[in-house]
Design a binder for this molecule. Structure first.
Ligand code: HEM
Length: 448
């Protein structure tokens, strides 16, 4: 394609930039590029060209052309960690697994999870009641809770005891992925100390998952959950069942994809509420009107309209999946600019959600942006915290419901406050995380 222009962008390779914004606060750097270059730009990143899309139509194009823009394979630790699970697999194999797993998350089935999510949340809040007036790390608490929820709802298993071990291993691997993307990489089989420690942490996760699968094989009784479905399903052509390796990949994928993102989002929401007392008050009001007894039902959740806006607005300001990369399988032209085979192609929910081109006062926390009226003319891909196209997050409705339940229960029982002058800093790992957790004091609201 000799006549197609190359997209504009910074001249210097990001890996050679002394600026810490590009390397350490990449989410903010992407906003800067969006402001400067607009719809399409090109970033030189080590040996790669990254075509960075900042227009809703082009982002949609990337999502809808799944054959041209595939998941990035090269050297990824995420692929190394999750193998051929739903998040990282491709092609016909991915489609087969998606068709198998998706029904578990259908709206009609979601109500079956309400009770288990409520029980896990209740356990956490009972423990909080003993700590009222103390400062606790709410981020840590949310991670523990969401891991427990995935374990109980999808696999009928209790992973609470193993939380500290699993959480530490995952954090280690996520940090390693981020560090690796900023430097020269050796293949993972080269026995560098950093690679050995990735392997060590991967083994910890493997052991936990294998433990869950073995326990289920040895258990009597019937379980109506995703684990049973995955273990019993037979391939339509070969009638073979899933191998242990494939089972391990799917189970680990759902633990990894399904808990930390939700924990981050809940943490960001609580932070925003603590910073915006008027919103918190209105939320408390809605929750006490819709759920006066504190008893959560699936039907009541459908009436929590303002709660829903609050969650959506929190995911606008702090989308846990802050960037979504793909790799081009062939030559293409997007927005009039050239995409070469092998180029990385990037969309960033964080940058699009903070863009002044698409949002009025983008840095402010305004849940009313999400009224049906205000959303009516909004371009679809100016807001995409769960991605898009066929690879849209399979757990999106599950996550939204879980967040509603946790918020509703927490807010009807507790008030919460930040330490004086606390400002949250962000770390963009694979997910966007609060850098130093979220210290908060909780106070019992009983009798209010
Ligand atoms: C606030 C919470 C969540 C956020 C922000 C989130 C975000 C995302 C995004 C952006 C993608 C698309 C990635 C891409 O296109 O490359 C994705 C995919 C996925 N998510 Fe979520 N997610 C959340 C919760 C969950 C939950 C609760 C589960 C499961 C229990 C889950 C399981 C998955 C899986 C398996 C995929 C891969 C789907 C596929 O490629 O077919 N996620 N998620």
């Amino acid at each position: 394609m000799p006549n197609v222009e190359v997209a504009p962008g910074p001249k210097l390779n990001v890996l050679l930039r002394p600026s810490s914004l590009a390397r350490k606060q990449t989410h903010r750097y992407l906003c800067e590029l969006e402001r400067k270059y607009g719809a399409v730009s090109r970033i030189k990143f080590g040996p790669f060209n990254v075509i960075y899309l900042c227009h809703p139509d082009y982002i949609e194009y990337m999502f809808l052309h799944r054959d041209k823009y595939v998941k990035v394979k090269e050297g990824g630790i995420l692929g190394h960690l999750l193998g051929n699970g739903l998040l990282t697999s491709e092609g016909d194999f991915w489609l087969k697994q998606r068709r198998l797993i998706q029904p578990v998350f259908h709206k009609q089935r979601l109500h079956t999870f309400v009770q288990k999510i409520t029980e896990s949340t209740d356990e956490m809040l009972m423990a909080w009641a003993q700590q009222t007036g103390e400062t606790m790390d709410v981020y840590h608490e949310m991670n523990k809770l969401t891991l427990d929820v995935v374990g109980k709802t999808l696999f009928s298993t209790n992973v609470k005891e193993e939380f500290e071990k699993v959480n530490k291993a995952l954090t280690h691997i996520m940090t390693a992925i981020r560090k690796r993307s900023r430097m020269m990489r050796f293949p993972l089989w080269v026995p560098l100390p950093s690679h050995l420690s990735i392997q060590h942490n991967r083994n910890i996760l493997d052991e936990t998952i294998r433990g869950i699968i073995t326990q289920r094989r040895n258990e009597q009784g019937t379980f109506d959950d995703l684990l049973t479905m995955l273990m019993e399903v037979e391939d339509a052509d070969t009638t073979e069942r899933m191998t242990d390796q494939q089972l391990r990949d799917e189970v680990l994928t759902l633990f990894v994809a399904g808990h930390e993102t939700t924990a981050n989002s809940l943490t960001f929401t609580l932070y925003l509420l603590a910073k915006n007392p008027a919103v918190k008050k209105r939320l408390q009001q809605e929750i006490s009107e819709v759920i006066p007894t504190g008893e959560i039902t699936f039907e009541a959740l459908q009436k929590l309209t303002y709660t829903n806006w609050v969650i959506k607005e929190s995911m606008r300001l702090y989308p846990p999946a802050w960037m979504i990369p793909r790799e081009a399988t062939q030559e293409d032209v997007v927005g009039g600019y050239r995409v070469k085979k092998g180029d990385k192609v990037l969309a960033s929910p964080y940058a699009m959600h903070h863009s002044e081109r698409y949002w009025d006062r983008p840095e402010e926390f305004i849940p009313e942006r999400f009224t049906a009226e205000n959303m009516k003319d909004r371009p679809r891909y100016s807001y995409f915290p769960f991605g898009g196209g066929a690879r849209l997050c399979v757990g999106n409705n599950f996550a939204l419901m879980e967040m509603q339940i946790v918020l509703a229960m927490l807010i009807s029982r507790f008030d919460f406050y930040l330490p004086d002058n606390f400002e949250m800093e962000l770390t963009p790992l694979i997910t966007l995380r609060p850098k130093n957790g979220l210290p908060m004091k909780v106070a019992n609201r009983e009798g209010l």
